[in-house]
Design a protein around this ligand. Structure first.
Ligand SMILES: Nc1nc2c(c(=O)[nH]1)N[C@H]1C(S)=C(S)[C@@H](COP(=O)(O)O)O[C@H]1N2
Ligand SMILES: [Mo]
Length: 330
């Protein structure tokens, strides 16, 4: 049923080591393997890392995270190389070409930065990014990510469950949805001159979706702070939904009673619904969603891989949608 579901894989990395240390340690195992000194349990990690170049260039500040113990939080699939993760991006505020964000997001100033939490909560407030970073222990989450355009990546994020923040701000009984508003600054973001989307970029989750432990606020990837083009200094990551639900460079988190409109719904309501769960059985009106191309792995003529329901996270999140018609509520 779930060929890629994570098995209770145990590995000998102490939970507190930094991802960077972990990668180095795994490279050591590879050497051990070559010397015939390590067992097959280690081979999976070592092989994965041998085939992908798994380290960040080390130009950004280190941001270590302990390997997460949340169910489903660490896929065993091979990591997408840092080079691809940081140069093949969607961040329309910097242009619509995949290479635009890496080129133009250099101008993004990520300090000072605040995130305002408001709406139906008992404890609204403005969080300085450096305080937000320390709100909960950083975890490494290795997630499959799938874009509605039909490509996917496997990214080692660093962050924590957004439930950690939600619990602290104490939502009222009226809080049914959480809206994420991202930065829209014409001085820094050349893409705002285009009307391809309404700015600011807004996305939202139902309250129970936002409370799911797999939904995270990410501050880093590959053991370092986020490159600007990946949504620095803080972005949402919701691994069972199409990439566009994971808003980048968040400045405001708003708790509301009514289901908010999202940027993609506003731009093309017949193509992008509110839920946007990865669902291979619901085609995009202009193309199939049944398969995907794994960036950095497959050659142009390589076979695509089948897309999994909920992007492979059905065991963890399927119950959130019990009884819903996901062909209508796409
Ligand atoms: N603010 C903002 N967030 C955004 C987008 C965007 O254009 N602006 N694009 C979304 C889309 S379509 C995808 S696929 C992911 C890509 O994230 P990545 O570049 O870090 O892989 O970011 C999402 N978040
Ligand atoms: Mo996307």
């Amino acid at each position: 049923m779930h060929p890629l579901r994570d098995r209770g894989f145990t590995h000998p990395i102490p939970s507190e080591v930094t991802p960077r240390a972990a990668y180095e340690q795994r490279r050591q195992w590879l050497k051990l393997l070559a010397a015939g000194a390590a067992g097959t349990a280690l081979a999976t990690w070592a092989e994965r890392d041998a085939r992908a170049s798994t380290t960040a260039p080390g130009k950004l500040a280190a941001l270590p995270g302990a390997r997460s113990t949340v169910a489903g939080a660490v896929t065993m699939e091979r990591l997408t190389p840092y080079q691809d993760v940081s140069t093949y991006n969607n961040f329309y505020e910097f242009g619509t070409d995949k290479s635009d964000p890496a080129k133009y997001a250099k101008s993004l100033k990520t300090r000072p930065w605040t995130v305002q939490v408001e709406g139906e909560v008992r404890k609204p407030g403005t969080y300085d990014i450096d305080a937000l970073l320390k709100l909960a222990p950083m975890e490494e989450r290795i997630y499959r990510m799938r874009c509605v355009e039909g490509w996917s990546m496997v990214i080692p994020w660093v962050g924590w469950s957004i439930a950690e923040l939600i619990k602290r701000v104490e939502p009222t009984g009226n809080a049914k949805f959480v809206q994420f508003v991202t930065l829209a600054d014409r001085a820094q973001m050349p893409g705002l001159r285009s009307s391809v989307l309404e700015w600011p970029y807004v996305e939202a989750l139902r309250m129970d979706e936002a409370m799911h432990p797999l939904a995270i606020l990410a501050f880093g990837l590959y053991g370092e702070v986020l490159p600007n083009q990946n949504g620095a200094p803080v972005r949402l990551v919701v691994p069972w939904k199409y990439g566009f639900k994971s808003g980048k460079s968040i400045v405001r988190i708003r708790f509301v009673e009514k289901q908010p409109k999202t940027s993609w719904e506003l731009s093309a309501p017949q193509e992008y619904g509110f839920y946007s769960n990865v669902n291979p059985t619901v085609d995009h009106p202009r193309w199939s969603q049944a398969t995907e191309r794994r960036i950095g792995e497959d050659g142009l003529f390589a076979k695509k891989r089948p897309t999994l329901m909920f992007n492979g996270y059905e065991a963890q999140v399927g119950q959130l949608y019990a009884g819903m018609d996901l062909r209508k509520l796409y």
